[in-house]
Design a protein around this ligand. Sequence first.
Ligand code: BGC
Length: 357
Amino acid sequence: MVIEQKEPGISAPDEVLLRILDVGICGTDWEICTFEYGTPPPGDDYLVIGHEALAEVVATGSAVERLQPGDLVVPSVRRPCPHPGCLACRSGHQDYCYTGDFTERGIKEAHGYMTEYVVEQERYLNLVPPGLRESAVLTEPLTVAEKALAQVSWMMRQRPPWLDPATPGEERGRGLSAVVLGVGPVGLLGAMVMASAGFTTWVYSRELPPSPRIDLVTAIGATYVSSQATTFADLAEQVGNIDLIYEAAGHSHFALEALRWLGTNGIFVLTGVPGVQAFREADPARLMRQMVLNNQILLGTVNAGPTAFASALHNLELFSQTWPATVRSLIAGRYPPESAPELILGRPSGVKSVVAF
Ligand code: BGC
């Protein structure tokens, strides 16, 4: 539903008035709009959605130092909880909030960015190079993979494959395999991150060819395998030891099945936030035995802090140079705000739909 709101204004010295340019639509918006997820701010009976935004600075408060009118910025999503004892939020790492009382713009108890103007504190804004005007709306979903890879790389230094800390970024995954589950935006961006870090990358999802999404996988040098044509067992045989599984399908049954095929010393990263899904029986003893005897890691990760935003912006520039056509075609189209309900609730066409103001 489109509503009229009062135009916001700067009321504190560290605030920035932004004009929203692009807002990406994602699965979380669908969950919010089908009332499975999301909460309005206290006292409001509606939530302005939108959390993947690109905006232009219109005006700055007197204490703002890094930004000036005309700059492009991408805001982060999470805001800290108020509890003095929350080690994560008090140190600027609200993506690791202990209390659960954080807010998320456009998702949890704070209005989002699908509106013409917003006010935001400078510290939550990431400066975007002007050359990324067309693609920077992909920054926020890309931070999911950036944060995951940063954690994976750190672990790979402390345990097998004992990655040398001096290894250049593009060689971190050399000789290792990564299987990405899901071919939506988070999956595709995840595949780009893994492939550009040197992993031999596979993408496994339901979709059958021909499909533009599968073409994107191939264009970045990864291999696509459809779960409708190939079982996990056959996939695992093709890949060999699966060093990394990056789950981006949000499907709990698929994820649980994939976990069985994780390789020795492998890391399994979960990024999906599934809604209610059918109950499924599992064999926890077998899983436990497998995970213990193979030193496996199961890592859940939610985006994202300033470092992940910085590396997402860095990688977007790199991807735009390495795979220009692919980056362009990740954006399915730009549509007026009135189309948002249809874009969110209808069947997704292409990869990332963007509402442009
Ligand atoms: C957003 C994250 C958010 C998560 C959980 C994702 O779609 O990108 O910023 O933390 O949903 O609400």
